[in-house]
Design a protein around this ligand. Structure first.
Ligand code: NDP
Length: 326
């Protein structure tokens, strides 16, 4: 028997989450059983612990869109008992049972071997948020980062914190946009050289082009902020669009694309091909300083998750939550 955070839905459509004991026979089909060691809390997890946000189809459900652990048994030649693995994406924790459990049975195709230099706790301190931040940085690099500071929006959140630390470690000036002024020292400790108040950049676009300020941008916020940022990019610079913490609408004009050659790069972590996953995890092991990662970590257990799920939906989680499921 093992513990899992199970979400149930009652006849009135109301969901409730509680730590419950399950057996291996309760787990869905798959070719690898993983003894989960750590998971984490992402915005999507907040949705799936609560009413689901349309992501969860069947109940009872185990959320947790990412986890790291040790292979316990495997029917796939690529993995054997004792291998350390990490899983993000593939709709695990949404359409499939996820990482908020001491055991998970999944498809071997979804796993990535833990890169040398990272343990399972560090892998989940990175988690989907940090993995996505690395994908965003790689996309910016592939298109060329320009002279000015790189802007990171939603900087004190999970994606923003990891993006800030990686970019600073790579030698870039980093400007962090935050709505929480009390996180300024934290962001500077991660390497931000400039703090931009959310109100300064949150307004609807009035002029399609403003001064050429940013050499690149990792955007976790979307909405009016992303629209505004597009008009502030340097000539030929790129914005990696990662998130929608501030809204899914994009009230922008096409002028920054046409007159400044600005690039808007879409970042998806869920269906990312295997080779690029391996590349991103290797880069994380190399380019994310582990002391900075540790400074982002807030520890938690399975029973803390209902509250943390609500907190992340309210933009109240700082940095990265690491859930020790044991
Ligand atoms: P967090 O909640 O940790 O961070 C989001 C941050 O955005 C907050 O900390 C806050 O930063 C800022 N923010 C929140 N609400 C608003 C608002 N109304 N207006 C402006 N800023 C706001 O989430 P994550 O970092 O884990 O994820 C960030 C986004 O990226 C989410 O939308 C998530 O769904 C998405 N995502 C997408 C992935 C992909 O594959 N494309 C993968 C992972 C995440 P501050 O307090 O500093 O202002």
């Amino acid at each position: 028997m093992f513990d899992a955070l199970v979400v149930n839905k009652d006849e009135d459509g109301k969901t409730s989450a509680a730590v419950t004991q399950l057996g291996l026979d309760d787990l869905p089909n798959g070719d690898v059983v993983v003894a989960v060691e750590y998971s984490t809390v992402n915005y999507k997890d907040g949705l799936c612990i609560g009413p689901g946000g349309g992501l969860v189809r069947n109940y009872p459900h185990i959320p947790g869109i990412d986890f790291a652990g040790t292979v316990e048994s495997s029917d796939d030649a690529r993995y054997k008992p004792g291998d350390k693995v990490v899983l993000t994406g593939w709709r695990v924790g949404e359409a499939h049972w996820g990482g908020y459990a001491q055991k998970a049975r999944v498809r071997a195709d979804w796993l990535v071997p833990l890169p040398a230099g990272l343990d399972t706790r560090q892998a989940m301190a990175v988690g989907t948020a940090g993995f996505t931040a690395m994908l965003a940085v790689m996309a910016l690099e592939d298109h060329g980062i320009k002279k000015g500071p790189v802007l990171v929006t939603g900087a004190a959140g999970g994606v923003g914190s990891v993006a800030t630390a990686i970019l600073a470690n790579l030698g870039h000036q980093v400007a962090g946009v935050t709505g929480r002024p009390e996180t300024a020292d934290y962001l500077k400790s991660l390497g931000a050289t400039q703090i931009v108040a959310r109100e300064e950049i949150n307004e609807t676009v009035k002029r399609p082009l403003e001064g050429e300020t940013w050499g690149g941008c990792v955007d976790a916020v979307g909405g009016a902020m992303l629209a505004r940022v597009l008009g502030q990019m340097e000539y030929g610079a790129s914005v990696a669009a990662v998130g929608l913490a501030g809204g899914a609408a994009l009230p922008a004009t096409v002028i920054p694309f046409l007159l400044r050659g600005v690039n808007l790069l879409g970042i998806d972590s869920v269906m990312q091909p295997y080779n690029n996953r391996v590349r991103a995890w290797d880069r994380i092991a190399k380019d994310l300083p582990m002391d900075k990662l540790e400074a982002m970590v807030q520890p938690a257990t399975l029973s803390d998750l209902p509250k943390l799920g609500a907190d992340i939906l309210n933009g109240q989680v700082k940095g990265r939550v690491v859930v020790d499921v044991n």
